[in-house]
Ligand binder design. Sequence first.
Ligand SMILES: [Zn+2]
Length: 516
Amino acid sequence: MTLTRSPTSVVPPRLSSSVSPDFVEPAYLSVPDGFDPNRTLGPEVAAVATLAGFPPDPEQRFCLDVSFGLDKRGRFLVFETVLIAPRQNLKTGFEKQRALGKLFVCDRPLQVWSAHEFETSRRALLDVEAMIDGSGILRKQVRLTARGKVASHGAVPEIVLNSGATLAFRTRTAGGGAGLTGDDLSVDEAWAAQSGQMGVILPIMLARANSQVDFLSSACRPESAFLWDLVQRGRTGGGPRMFYAEWCAPPPEEVCDLGGKCDHHRATPGCGCDKPEVIVLAHSAVTRGRIELEKVADLRRTMPEDEFPREIMGWHDEPVDGLIGIPAAVWAARAGADGKPAGPVAFALSASWPDAAMGSIAVVGQHGHEVYAQIVTTDEHGLLHKPGTSWMPARIKELVEKYKPVAVILDDKDPAAIEKAAIEKAGVEVTSLTSTQAGQAYGMVIAAVMGDAPYLRHYDQPELNAAVASAMKRPVGNAHTWTRKGPDDISPIVAVTDALFGLATHKPMTPFALLG
Ligand SMILES: [Zn+2]
């Protein structure tokens, strides 16, 4: 279910009994349909947090209920919890309460708390230790604490209970995901999370039974391509295993006198940034009495003018470029194609930008209500990749003769088009795409991967997975397409996209109307 702020309550009626009258509603909320407020460990976790001297706010209480929700088999309902709010309000507190719950209620073997900066993860460790120390009942269950002596000082940054349940604190360094996978992962400061790193970690987490990943962040910065994608997904429904809650001010169009044209500068009259009644909507801590509106007014005078809208109002900076096309976790979940597709197939050719150093041929075939997509081998020896494109004309001729595809797509704008003349000379008829069709093709592959049936299924091929992980989208008119301008070879996913379009548009009387 998706709910956005409106004159009526955004809290679903079936949840409203559990929240207090002054509950500050999130601007965007997405709760899995299967959530049952009577089937959650939230109240037990709230009791442990209260024991530790840190009772949850009503907003945190609500988030604990949903994030600790269970399915009918008693497993966690939610895989991804995404909590977006301005600093000093509720999200880090929520995550500390959640960490206590994972330790003392769930006995989780290994949860990893990660932050972008060393100092943030150290602070979180000290805070959780202090919370445990606040309760004799909790303290006596602890076997090992780090006492704030993190790795650089020779101690292990972990809290270990007698039960074996462990909470480890890590700093995310650029690159690999070593040390970041456990049964549970907290991604604090998620605005700094890197797509490449998350692309390695999330499929591993998703494959673990009953694992959970939490993303905590203030609003997106220009470099927050990964978080931006989560925000777009969460605001549009999230999916069956995502819990998304975002606290922010209503958009400038609604609260600034100049609407979307407001520059939010201090001298600009009627800016929403100067309206206390707007600020309280983004800051639940004002209602809880922990933040004073005068302090926010002070910040308005001292904080850089371009940071206040993002940090205090929760208005996201859009990424400058490099938007992720397909989130890694979603792609990983689409693996599982088995055997050859039963229905008709289409091929497409693509090569890496800009010099066609690598070429890819994709085949997409209908299989019942699904479409199977894969990169075909460059020859009978099973190689998926071979330098250059000179092998492509002979290979596509061979494939066409063997599989009789409904279409072979070769976009004139693709670097592989250098082989077009040779391919046509070999007797293979190819179809190019207009810019509009390229946008439609992109929309089709996204719908088939993320959206409704027919689902795309793939064969978990490393080359295709790598291309998806590094493929970024760029706007073209009102649509998007893949951007080829990057260091990585994305030709495998470009070829799959074009082949899907070829199949959908060259085969009449099929269920593909759904894809259009
Ligand atoms: Zn404004």
